[in-house]
Design a protein around this ligand. Sequence first.
Ligand code: NAD
Length: 497
Amino acid sequence: MSTRLPQLINGEFAQSATDTWIPVTNPATQEVLCEAPAATGEEMEQAIAAAKAAFEEWREVPVTERARLMMRYQALLKERHDDIAKVLAKETGKTFEDAKGDVWRGIEVVEQAANIPSLMMGETVENVARSIDTHSWIQPLGVCAGITPFNFPAMIPLWMFPMAIASGNTFVLKPSEQDPMTPNLLAELFLEAGAPKNVLQVVHGGKQQVDTLLTHPEIKAVSFVGSVPVGQHVYRTATEHLKRAQCFAGAKNHMVIMPDAQKSQVVGNLVGSSCGAAGQRCMAISVAVFVGDSKQWIDDIKEEFAKVRPGAWDDAGAAYGPQISPKARERILTLIKQGKEEGATCLLDGSGCTVDGLPDGNWVGPTLFTDVKPEMSIYNEEIFGPVLCCVCVDTLEEAIELVNNSPYGNGTSIFTASGAAARKYQHEVEVGQVGINIPIPVPLPFFSFTGWKGSFYGDQHAYGKQAVRFYTETKTVTSRWFDDDIADATHSGPNMT
Ligand code: NAD
Protein backbone atom coordinates (compact mmCIF):
# COMPACT_ATOMS: atom_id res chain seq x y z
CA MET A 1 0.00 0.00 0.00
CA SER A 2 1.33 3.46 -0.85
CA THR A 3 1.89 6.19 1.71
CA ARG A 4 -1.22 8.04 2.79
CA LEU A 5 -0.78 11.79 3.03
CA PRO A 6 -1.81 13.40 6.33
CA GLN A 7 -3.76 16.63 6.72
CA LEU A 8 -2.82 19.51 8.99
CA ILE A 9 -5.82 20.05 11.25
CA ASN A 10 -5.85 21.47 14.73
CA GLY A 11 -2.08 21.82 14.80
CA GLU A 12 -1.30 18.18 14.02
CA PHE A 13 -0.50 16.28 10.84
CA ALA A 14 -2.90 13.33 11.14
CA GLN A 15 -4.38 10.62 8.96
CA SER A 16 -7.87 11.22 7.65
CA ALA A 17 -10.73 8.93 8.64
CA THR A 18 -12.03 9.06 5.06
CA ASP A 19 -12.67 6.01 2.92
CA THR A 20 -11.94 7.99 -0.29
CA TRP A 21 -8.27 8.17 -1.25
CA ILE A 22 -6.98 9.88 -4.38
CA PRO A 23 -3.81 8.43 -5.97
CA VAL A 24 -1.03 10.96 -6.62
CA THR A 25 1.10 9.77 -9.52
CA ASN A 26 4.46 10.52 -11.07
CA PRO A 27 3.32 11.78 -14.50
CA ALA A 28 6.46 10.43 -16.20
CA THR A 29 5.83 6.84 -15.05
CA GLN A 30 2.31 6.53 -13.51
CA GLU A 31 3.96 5.23 -10.32
CA VAL A 32 1.67 6.02 -7.37
CA LEU A 33 3.68 8.29 -5.08
CA CYS A 34 1.09 8.51 -2.32
CA GLU A 35 -2.65 8.80 -1.76
CA ALA A 36 -4.37 12.00 -0.72
CA PRO A 37 -7.52 11.90 1.39
CA ALA A 38 -10.83 13.46 0.49
CA ALA A 39 -11.39 15.16 3.86
CA THR A 40 -14.56 14.10 5.67
CA GLY A 41 -17.24 16.64 6.55
CA GLU A 42 -16.22 16.37 10.18
CA GLU A 43 -12.57 17.06 9.36
CA MET A 44 -13.57 20.12 7.33
CA GLU A 45 -15.54 21.40 10.32
CA GLN A 46 -12.61 20.72 12.68
CA ALA A 47 -10.20 22.58 10.41
CA ILE A 48 -12.45 25.63 10.10
CA ALA A 49 -13.26 25.66 13.84
CA ALA A 50 -9.56 25.38 14.74
CA ALA A 51 -8.71 28.26 12.39
CA LYS A 52 -11.53 30.34 13.88
CA ALA A 53 -10.32 29.72 17.45
CA ALA A 54 -6.75 30.54 16.43
CA PHE A 55 -7.84 33.81 14.84
CA GLU A 56 -8.95 35.25 18.18
CA GLU A 57 -5.37 34.95 19.46
CA TRP A 58 -3.45 35.52 16.23
CA ARG A 59 -5.10 38.85 15.50
CA GLU A 60 -3.63 40.17 18.80
CA VAL A 61 -0.06 39.14 17.92
CA PRO A 62 1.95 42.29 17.11
CA VAL A 63 2.56 42.93 13.44
CA THR A 64 6.33 42.90 14.05
CA GLU A 65 6.11 39.33 15.39
CA ARG A 66 4.02 38.29 12.42
CA ALA A 67 6.68 39.80 10.15
CA ARG A 68 9.47 37.95 11.99
CA LEU A 69 7.64 34.65 11.49
CA MET A 70 7.71 35.34 7.75
CA MET A 71 11.44 36.16 7.92
CA ARG A 72 12.14 32.82 9.62
CA TYR A 73 9.90 31.03 7.11
CA GLN A 74 11.67 32.69 4.19
CA ALA A 75 15.08 31.62 5.55
CA LEU A 76 13.91 28.03 6.08
CA LEU A 77 12.34 27.82 2.62
CA LYS A 78 15.62 29.05 1.13
CA GLU A 79 17.57 26.48 3.14
CA ARG A 80 15.26 23.65 2.00
CA HIS A 81 14.75 25.07 -1.49
CA ASP A 82 16.18 22.10 -3.41
CA ASP A 83 14.45 19.49 -1.21
CA ILE A 84 11.09 21.14 -1.88
CA ALA A 85 11.90 21.37 -5.59
CA LYS A 86 12.68 17.62 -5.71
CA VAL A 87 9.33 16.67 -4.19
CA LEU A 88 7.64 19.13 -6.52
CA ALA A 89 9.46 17.79 -9.60
CA LYS A 90 8.46 14.20 -8.82
CA GLU A 91 4.77 14.89 -8.42
CA THR A 92 4.43 17.43 -11.26
CA GLY A 93 7.03 16.05 -13.66
CA LYS A 94 8.58 19.54 -14.02
CA THR A 95 12.28 19.68 -14.84
CA PHE A 96 14.40 20.36 -11.78
CA GLU A 97 15.27 23.88 -13.01
CA ASP A 98 11.61 24.67 -13.52
CA ALA A 99 10.66 23.16 -10.14
CA LYS A 100 13.26 25.37 -8.45
CA GLY A 101 11.72 28.39 -10.19
CA ASP A 102 8.29 27.42 -8.83
CA VAL A 103 9.68 27.35 -5.26
CA TRP A 104 11.69 30.53 -5.71
CA ARG A 105 8.76 32.61 -6.98
CA GLY A 106 6.88 31.54 -3.86
CA ILE A 107 9.77 32.49 -1.57
CA GLU A 108 9.70 35.99 -3.05
CA VAL A 109 6.09 36.36 -1.89
CA VAL A 110 7.09 35.30 1.63
CA GLU A 111 9.73 38.07 1.52
CA GLN A 112 6.96 40.49 0.68
CA ALA A 113 4.84 39.14 3.55
CA ALA A 114 7.76 39.96 5.87
CA ASN A 115 7.19 43.62 4.94
CA ILE A 116 3.72 43.49 6.44
CA PRO A 117 4.07 46.38 8.95
CA SER A 118 4.44 49.00 6.25
CA LEU A 119 1.76 47.34 4.10
CA MET A 120 -0.71 47.57 6.98
CA MET A 121 -0.23 51.26 7.64
CA GLY A 122 -3.45 53.23 7.52
CA GLU A 123 -4.03 56.91 6.70
CA THR A 124 -4.41 59.96 8.90
CA VAL A 125 -5.67 63.51 8.44
CA GLU A 126 -5.59 66.03 11.24
CA ASN A 127 -8.36 68.66 11.49
CA VAL A 128 -10.87 67.15 9.08
CA ALA A 129 -13.12 69.66 10.88
CA ARG A 130 -12.13 72.00 13.67
CA SER A 131 -10.41 69.85 16.37
CA ILE A 132 -11.50 66.66 14.70
CA ASP A 133 -9.00 64.08 13.36
CA THR A 134 -9.52 60.99 11.25
CA HIS A 135 -7.32 57.93 10.96
CA SER A 136 -7.79 54.48 9.50
CA TRP A 137 -6.72 51.06 10.79
CA ILE A 138 -6.25 47.97 8.68
CA GLN A 139 -7.69 44.92 10.44
CA PRO A 140 -7.78 41.23 9.45
CA LEU A 141 -10.99 39.51 8.33
CA GLY A 142 -10.91 36.15 10.16
CA VAL A 143 -10.61 32.75 8.53
CA CYS A 144 -9.63 32.87 4.85
CA ALA A 145 -9.48 29.94 2.44
CA GLY A 146 -7.26 29.10 -0.53
CA ILE A 147 -7.97 26.67 -3.36
CA THR A 148 -4.99 26.04 -5.62
CA PRO A 149 -4.31 24.40 -9.01
CA PHE A 150 -1.83 21.68 -9.94
CA ASN A 151 0.53 23.74 -12.07
CA PHE A 152 2.41 25.70 -9.36
CA PRO A 153 2.09 23.67 -6.15
CA ALA A 154 4.66 25.82 -4.31
CA MET A 155 4.26 29.30 -5.78
CA ILE A 156 0.47 29.55 -5.71
CA PRO A 157 -0.15 28.35 -2.12
CA LEU A 158 2.64 30.81 -1.22
CA TRP A 159 0.79 33.61 -3.07
CA MET A 160 -1.97 33.08 -0.55
CA PHE A 161 -1.37 31.93 3.01
CA PRO A 162 1.74 33.99 3.87
CA MET A 163 0.04 37.28 2.87
CA ALA A 164 -3.24 36.32 4.58
CA ILE A 165 -1.56 35.14 7.80
CA ALA A 166 0.90 38.06 7.93
CA SER A 167 -2.15 40.33 7.68
CA GLY A 168 -3.49 38.74 10.89
CA ASN A 169 -5.88 36.14 9.47
CA THR A 170 -5.89 32.39 9.84
CA PHE A 171 -6.07 30.17 6.78
CA VAL A 172 -7.47 26.90 5.42
CA LEU A 173 -5.64 25.66 2.32
CA LYS A 174 -7.15 23.09 -0.07
CA PRO A 175 -4.41 22.32 -2.59
CA SER A 176 -4.79 20.48 -5.89
CA GLU A 177 -5.39 16.77 -5.36
CA GLN A 178 -2.99 16.12 -8.27
CA ASP A 179 0.14 17.32 -6.44
CA PRO A 180 -0.57 17.77 -2.71
CA MET A 181 2.83 16.63 -1.39
CA THR A 182 4.53 19.98 -2.00
CA PRO A 183 1.87 22.02 -0.14
CA ASN A 184 2.08 19.57 2.79
CA LEU A 185 5.84 20.10 2.91
CA LEU A 186 5.37 23.89 2.81
CA ALA A 187 3.01 23.59 5.78
CA GLU A 188 5.48 21.38 7.71
CA LEU A 189 8.18 24.00 7.21
CA PHE A 190 5.80 26.76 8.29
CA LEU A 191 5.35 24.99 11.64
CA GLU A 192 9.10 24.40 11.84
CA ALA A 193 9.64 28.14 11.34
CA GLY A 194 7.60 28.69 14.50
CA ALA A 195 4.10 29.36 13.20
CA PRO A 196 1.52 29.00 15.98
CA LYS A 197 -0.06 25.60 15.43
CA ASN A 198 -3.50 26.56 14.27
CA VAL A 199 -3.00 29.57 12.03
CA LEU A 200 -2.71 27.30 8.98
CA GLN A 201 -4.84 24.23 8.27
CA VAL A 202 -4.32 22.02 5.20
CA VAL A 203 -7.18 19.81 4.04
CA HIS A 204 -7.29 17.67 0.90
CA GLY A 205 -9.91 16.64 -1.62
CA GLY A 206 -11.81 18.08 -4.56
CA LYS A 207 -15.19 19.64 -5.33
CA GLN A 208 -16.97 18.55 -2.16
CA GLN A 209 -14.28 20.00 0.13
CA VAL A 210 -14.11 23.20 -1.94
CA ASP A 211 -17.88 23.62 -1.76
CA THR A 212 -17.76 23.31 2.03
CA LEU A 213 -15.28 26.19 2.15
CA LEU A 214 -17.37 28.29 -0.26
CA THR A 215 -20.54 27.97 1.77
CA HIS A 216 -19.27 27.86 5.35
CA PRO A 217 -20.29 30.94 7.36
CA GLU A 218 -16.93 31.16 9.17
CA ILE A 219 -14.92 31.55 5.93
CA LYS A 220 -14.68 35.28 5.22
CA ALA A 221 -12.65 35.33 2.00
CA VAL A 222 -11.77 32.84 -0.72
CA SER A 223 -8.70 32.92 -2.97
CA PHE A 224 -8.88 30.58 -5.94
CA VAL A 225 -6.57 29.79 -8.85
CA GLY A 226 -7.59 27.27 -11.51
CA SER A 227 -9.60 26.75 -14.67
CA VAL A 228 -12.34 29.02 -16.02
CA PRO A 229 -15.41 26.84 -15.29
CA VAL A 230 -14.28 26.10 -11.74
CA GLY A 231 -13.26 29.74 -11.22
CA GLN A 232 -16.72 30.90 -12.25
CA HIS A 233 -18.34 28.34 -9.95
CA VAL A 234 -16.13 29.40 -7.04
CA TYR A 235 -16.75 33.12 -7.62
CA ARG A 236 -20.52 32.68 -7.98
CA THR A 237 -20.87 30.40 -4.96
CA ALA A 238 -18.57 32.36 -2.66
CA THR A 239 -20.17 35.71 -3.46
CA GLU A 240 -23.67 34.22 -3.23
CA HIS A 241 -22.66 33.27 0.31
CA LEU A 242 -21.59 36.90 0.83
CA LYS A 243 -17.86 36.23 0.93
CA ARG A 244 -15.03 38.10 -0.66
CA ALA A 245 -13.58 36.20 -3.57
CA GLN A 246 -10.61 36.58 -5.90
CA CYS A 247 -10.57 33.94 -8.63
CA PHE A 248 -7.66 33.64 -11.06
CA ALA A 249 -8.68 31.56 -14.04
CA GLY A 250 -7.52 30.32 -17.44
CA ALA A 251 -5.77 32.20 -20.20
CA LYS A 252 -4.82 32.42 -23.83
CA ASN A 253 -1.81 34.71 -24.07
CA HIS A 254 -0.73 36.38 -27.31
CA MET A 255 2.74 37.53 -28.31
CA VAL A 256 2.67 40.21 -31.01
CA ILE A 257 5.74 40.16 -33.24
CA MET A 258 6.51 43.32 -35.18
CA PRO A 259 8.73 43.10 -38.29
CA ASP A 260 11.32 45.37 -36.63
CA ALA A 261 11.84 42.97 -33.67
CA GLN A 262 15.10 41.06 -33.24
CA LYS A 263 14.54 37.69 -34.88
CA SER A 264 16.81 35.70 -32.54
CA GLN A 265 15.04 37.15 -29.50
CA VAL A 266 11.64 36.31 -30.92
CA VAL A 267 12.52 32.74 -31.87
CA GLY A 268 14.27 31.87 -28.58
CA ASN A 269 11.64 33.45 -26.39
CA LEU A 270 8.74 31.87 -28.24
CA VAL A 271 10.10 28.37 -27.76
CA GLY A 272 10.62 28.83 -23.99
CA SER A 273 7.40 30.67 -23.31
CA SER A 274 5.13 28.29 -25.21
CA CYS A 275 6.72 24.88 -24.48
CA GLY A 276 8.30 25.59 -21.07
CA ALA A 277 6.64 23.65 -18.22
CA ALA A 278 4.91 21.62 -20.99
CA GLY A 279 2.77 24.69 -21.71
CA GLN A 280 1.13 24.26 -18.29
CA ARG A 281 1.53 27.89 -17.22
CA CYS A 282 -1.28 30.42 -17.05
CA MET A 283 1.19 32.95 -18.52
CA ALA A 284 2.46 30.67 -21.31
CA ILE A 285 2.39 32.19 -24.77
CA SER A 286 -0.07 30.07 -26.77
CA VAL A 287 -0.69 32.42 -29.72
CA ALA A 288 2.01 34.17 -31.79
CA VAL A 289 0.64 37.07 -33.82
CA PHE A 290 2.94 37.91 -36.73
CA VAL A 291 2.53 41.44 -38.05
CA GLY A 292 3.48 41.98 -41.73
CA ASP A 293 6.82 40.48 -42.79
CA SER A 294 7.60 38.92 -39.43
CA LYS A 295 5.67 35.85 -40.65
CA GLN A 296 8.83 34.87 -42.55
CA TRP A 297 10.26 33.71 -39.21
CA ILE A 298 7.72 30.91 -38.77
CA ASP A 299 10.15 28.51 -40.52
CA ASP A 300 12.92 29.45 -38.08
CA ILE A 301 10.53 28.87 -35.19
CA LYS A 302 9.67 25.45 -36.58
CA GLU A 303 13.36 24.61 -36.73
CA GLU A 304 13.87 25.59 -33.09
CA PHE A 305 10.72 23.79 -31.95
CA ALA A 306 11.94 20.61 -33.62
CA LYS A 307 15.07 20.65 -31.42
CA VAL A 308 13.08 20.72 -28.18
CA ARG A 309 12.25 17.48 -26.40
CA PRO A 310 10.49 16.57 -23.17
CA GLY A 311 11.91 14.22 -20.55
CA ALA A 312 12.03 13.18 -16.89
CA TRP A 313 12.50 15.76 -14.15
CA ASP A 314 16.15 14.80 -13.58
CA ASP A 315 17.09 14.63 -17.27
CA ALA A 316 19.27 17.71 -17.69
CA GLY A 317 18.74 17.72 -21.47
CA ALA A 318 14.94 17.83 -21.27
CA ALA A 319 13.30 21.15 -22.08
CA TYR A 320 10.14 20.27 -20.19
CA GLY A 321 8.31 17.39 -18.52
CA PRO A 322 5.12 15.40 -19.08
CA GLN A 323 1.55 16.70 -18.87
CA ILE A 324 0.11 16.32 -15.38
CA SER A 325 -2.23 13.39 -16.19
CA PRO A 326 -3.24 10.99 -18.97
CA LYS A 327 -6.55 12.91 -19.10
CA ALA A 328 -4.77 16.24 -19.68
CA ARG A 329 -2.69 14.59 -22.44
CA GLU A 330 -5.77 13.11 -24.13
CA ARG A 331 -7.48 16.51 -24.07
CA ILE A 332 -4.48 18.12 -25.80
CA LEU A 333 -4.31 15.38 -28.43
CA THR A 334 -8.03 15.88 -29.16
CA LEU A 335 -7.48 19.62 -29.63
CA ILE A 336 -4.52 18.99 -31.97
CA LYS A 337 -6.75 16.68 -34.04
CA GLN A 338 -9.51 19.29 -34.10
CA GLY A 339 -7.03 21.96 -35.20
CA LYS A 340 -6.13 19.88 -38.24
CA GLU A 341 -9.77 19.07 -39.01
CA GLU A 342 -10.74 22.75 -38.75
CA GLY A 343 -8.16 23.71 -41.42
CA ALA A 344 -5.09 24.94 -39.53
CA THR A 345 -1.72 23.82 -40.93
CA CYS A 346 0.16 21.63 -38.46
CA LEU A 347 3.86 22.29 -39.09
CA LEU A 348 4.97 20.08 -36.23
CA ASP A 349 2.80 17.50 -34.47
CA GLY A 350 3.81 16.31 -31.00
CA SER A 351 0.90 13.85 -30.63
CA GLY A 352 2.99 10.73 -31.08
CA CYS A 353 5.82 11.83 -28.82
CA THR A 354 7.67 9.12 -26.86
CA VAL A 355 10.53 9.32 -24.40
CA ASP A 356 13.12 6.52 -24.22
CA GLY A 357 12.74 4.37 -21.14
CA LEU A 358 9.52 6.08 -20.02
CA PRO A 359 6.78 4.52 -22.14
CA ASP A 360 3.98 5.37 -19.71
CA GLY A 361 4.62 9.11 -19.36
CA ASN A 362 2.03 11.70 -20.40
CA TRP A 363 4.21 13.04 -23.20
CA VAL A 364 3.24 15.62 -25.79
CA GLY A 365 5.93 16.88 -28.12
CA PRO A 366 6.25 20.51 -29.24
CA THR A 367 3.42 21.29 -31.65
CA LEU A 368 3.23 24.20 -34.06
CA PHE A 369 0.20 25.35 -36.02
CA THR A 370 -0.03 28.11 -38.60
CA ASP A 371 -2.94 29.53 -40.63
CA VAL A 372 -4.90 29.61 -37.36
CA LYS A 373 -8.17 31.58 -37.42
CA PRO A 374 -10.03 33.04 -34.43
CA GLU A 375 -13.02 30.74 -34.92
CA MET A 376 -10.97 27.53 -34.50
CA SER A 377 -11.04 25.51 -31.26
CA ILE A 378 -7.25 25.62 -30.98
CA TYR A 379 -7.48 29.41 -30.94
CA ASN A 380 -10.42 29.70 -28.58
CA GLU A 381 -9.71 27.06 -26.01
CA GLU A 382 -6.93 27.09 -23.47
CA ILE A 383 -4.90 24.06 -24.58
CA PHE A 384 -2.51 24.07 -21.57
CA GLY A 385 0.07 22.08 -23.49
CA PRO A 386 3.22 22.69 -25.58
CA VAL A 387 1.21 23.90 -28.57
CA LEU A 388 1.77 27.24 -30.31
CA CYS A 389 -0.77 28.74 -32.73
CA CYS A 390 0.53 31.25 -35.31
CA VAL A 391 -1.83 33.91 -36.64
CA CYS A 392 -0.78 36.43 -39.33
CA VAL A 393 -2.12 40.01 -39.61
CA ASP A 394 -1.08 43.07 -41.60
CA THR A 395 -0.98 45.84 -39.01
CA LEU A 396 -0.46 46.53 -35.31
CA GLU A 397 -4.06 47.83 -35.13
CA GLU A 398 -5.33 44.45 -36.36
CA ALA A 399 -3.15 42.68 -33.80
CA ILE A 400 -4.56 44.82 -30.99
CA GLU A 401 -8.11 44.18 -32.15
CA LEU A 402 -7.46 40.43 -32.22
CA VAL A 403 -6.05 40.39 -28.69
CA ASN A 404 -8.82 42.63 -27.36
CA ASN A 405 -11.48 40.34 -28.83
CA SER A 406 -10.15 37.42 -26.79
CA PRO A 407 -12.30 36.70 -23.74
CA TYR A 408 -9.11 36.25 -21.69
CA GLY A 409 -6.80 38.96 -20.38
CA ASN A 410 -4.05 37.39 -18.30
CA GLY A 411 -0.81 38.25 -20.09
CA THR A 412 0.52 39.43 -23.43
CA SER A 413 3.73 40.68 -24.95
CA ILE A 414 4.98 42.66 -27.89
CA PHE A 415 8.40 42.24 -29.50
CA THR A 416 9.49 45.36 -31.33
CA ALA A 417 12.31 47.91 -31.68
CA SER A 418 9.80 50.75 -31.83
CA GLY A 419 9.00 52.68 -28.65
CA ALA A 420 5.94 54.14 -30.34
CA ALA A 421 4.55 50.70 -31.25
CA ALA A 422 5.24 49.41 -27.73
CA ARG A 423 3.62 52.50 -26.18
CA LYS A 424 0.53 52.13 -28.34
CA TYR A 425 0.28 48.43 -27.52
CA GLN A 426 0.67 48.80 -23.74
CA HIS A 427 -1.88 51.63 -23.74
CA GLU A 428 -4.57 50.06 -25.91
CA VAL A 429 -4.38 46.37 -25.11
CA GLU A 430 -7.07 45.03 -22.75
CA VAL A 431 -4.87 42.62 -20.86
CA GLY A 432 -3.69 42.95 -17.26
CA GLN A 433 0.02 42.06 -17.64
CA VAL A 434 2.02 43.31 -20.59
CA GLY A 435 5.61 42.48 -21.56
CA ILE A 436 7.65 44.62 -23.91
CA ASN A 437 10.36 42.38 -25.38
CA ILE A 438 9.65 40.13 -22.37
CA PRO A 439 7.60 37.02 -23.10
CA ILE A 440 6.13 36.13 -19.71
CA PRO A 441 5.64 39.35 -17.76
CA VAL A 442 4.81 38.00 -14.29
CA PRO A 443 5.10 40.91 -11.84
CA LEU A 444 7.34 40.52 -8.79
CA PRO A 445 5.54 40.39 -5.43
CA PHE A 446 5.82 44.10 -4.57
CA PHE A 447 3.41 44.58 -7.50
CA SER A 448 0.34 42.37 -7.85
CA PHE A 449 -0.60 39.61 -10.28
CA THR A 450 -3.18 41.49 -12.32
CA GLY A 451 -5.09 39.31 -14.80
CA TRP A 452 -8.15 40.87 -16.49
CA LYS A 453 -11.40 39.88 -18.18
CA GLY A 454 -12.17 36.12 -18.23
CA SER A 455 -8.82 35.38 -16.58
CA PHE A 456 -9.87 36.95 -13.27
CA TYR A 457 -13.05 37.36 -11.27
CA GLY A 458 -12.91 39.83 -8.40
CA ASP A 459 -11.18 43.16 -7.91
CA GLN A 460 -8.19 42.93 -5.54
CA HIS A 461 -5.46 40.76 -7.04
CA ALA A 462 -2.84 38.38 -5.62
CA TYR A 463 0.16 39.51 -3.55
CA GLY A 464 1.54 43.05 -3.24
CA LYS A 465 -0.58 45.82 -1.71
CA GLN A 466 -3.73 44.44 -3.30
CA ALA A 467 -3.44 41.16 -1.39
CA VAL A 468 -3.33 43.06 1.90
CA ARG A 469 -6.46 44.97 0.89
CA PHE A 470 -8.14 41.70 -0.08
CA TYR A 471 -7.38 40.04 3.26
CA THR A 472 -8.27 43.04 5.46
CA GLU A 473 -10.96 45.53 6.37
CA THR A 474 -10.32 49.24 6.76
CA LYS A 475 -11.72 50.83 9.88
CA THR A 476 -11.90 54.62 9.91
CA VAL A 477 -11.88 56.39 13.26
CA THR A 478 -12.93 60.02 13.61
CA SER A 479 -12.19 61.57 16.99
CA ARG A 480 -12.70 64.79 18.90
CA TRP A 481 -11.28 65.68 22.29
CA PHE A 482 -12.59 68.67 24.23
CA ASP A 483 -10.46 71.37 25.81
CA ASP A 484 -12.38 70.71 29.02
CA ASP A 485 -10.63 67.35 29.18
CA ILE A 486 -7.26 69.10 29.44
CA ALA A 487 -8.62 71.25 32.24
CA ASP A 488 -9.97 68.15 33.97
CA ALA A 489 -6.67 66.33 33.48
CA THR A 490 -4.74 69.31 34.86
CA HIS A 491 -6.95 69.51 37.92
CA SER A 492 -7.40 65.81 38.57
CA GLY A 493 -5.11 63.96 40.90
CA PRO A 494 -5.14 62.18 44.19
CA ASN A 495 -5.34 65.36 46.28
CA MET A 496 -8.25 66.75 44.24
CA THR A 497 -10.63 63.82 44.85
P1 NAD B 1 -8.90 23.17 -11.80
O1 NAD B 1 -9.88 24.26 -11.98
O2 NAD B 1 -9.22 21.82 -12.35
O3 NAD B 1 -8.61 22.94 -10.24
C1 NAD B 1 -8.27 24.02 -9.38
C2 NAD B 1 -8.73 23.70 -7.96
O4 NAD B 1 -10.17 23.59 -7.95
C3 NAD B 1 -8.20 22.37 -7.42
O5 NAD B 1 -7.86 22.55 -6.07
C4 NAD B 1 -9.37 21.41 -7.58
O6 NAD B 1 -9.40 20.42 -6.58
C5 NAD B 1 -10.57 22.32 -7.43
N1 NAD B 1 -11.73 21.87 -8.23
C6 NAD B 1 -11.69 21.15 -9.38
N2 NAD B 1 -12.96 20.97 -9.86
C7 NAD B 1 -13.78 21.59 -8.99
C8 NAD B 1 -15.20 21.78 -8.94
N3 NAD B 1 -16.00 21.27 -9.88
N4 NAD B 1 -15.71 22.49 -7.92
C9 NAD B 1 -14.92 23.01 -6.97
N5 NAD B 1 -13.57 22.87 -6.96
C10 NAD B 1 -13.01 22.17 -7.96
O7 NAD B 1 -7.51 23.72 -12.38
P2 NAD B 1 -6.16 22.92 -12.63
O8 NAD B 1 -6.33 22.01 -13.80
O9 NAD B 1 -5.65 22.35 -11.34
O10 NAD B 1 -5.18 24.13 -13.01
C11 NAD B 1 -4.99 24.58 -14.33
C12 NAD B 1 -5.80 25.82 -14.60
O11 NAD B 1 -5.44 26.85 -13.69
C13 NAD B 1 -5.55 26.41 -15.98
O12 NAD B 1 -6.78 26.80 -16.54
C14 NAD B 1 -4.68 27.62 -15.71
O13 NAD B 1 -4.76 28.65 -16.67
C15 NAD B 1 -5.22 28.06 -14.40
N6 NAD B 1 -4.26 28.91 -13.71
C16 NAD B 1 -4.51 30.24 -13.67
C17 NAD B 1 -3.61 31.09 -13.05
C18 NAD B 1 -3.84 32.57 -13.00
O14 NAD B 1 -3.16 33.23 -12.24
N7 NAD B 1 -4.78 33.11 -13.75
C19 NAD B 1 -2.45 30.55 -12.46
C20 NAD B 1 -2.24 29.19 -12.52
C21 NAD B 1 -3.16 28.36 -13.15
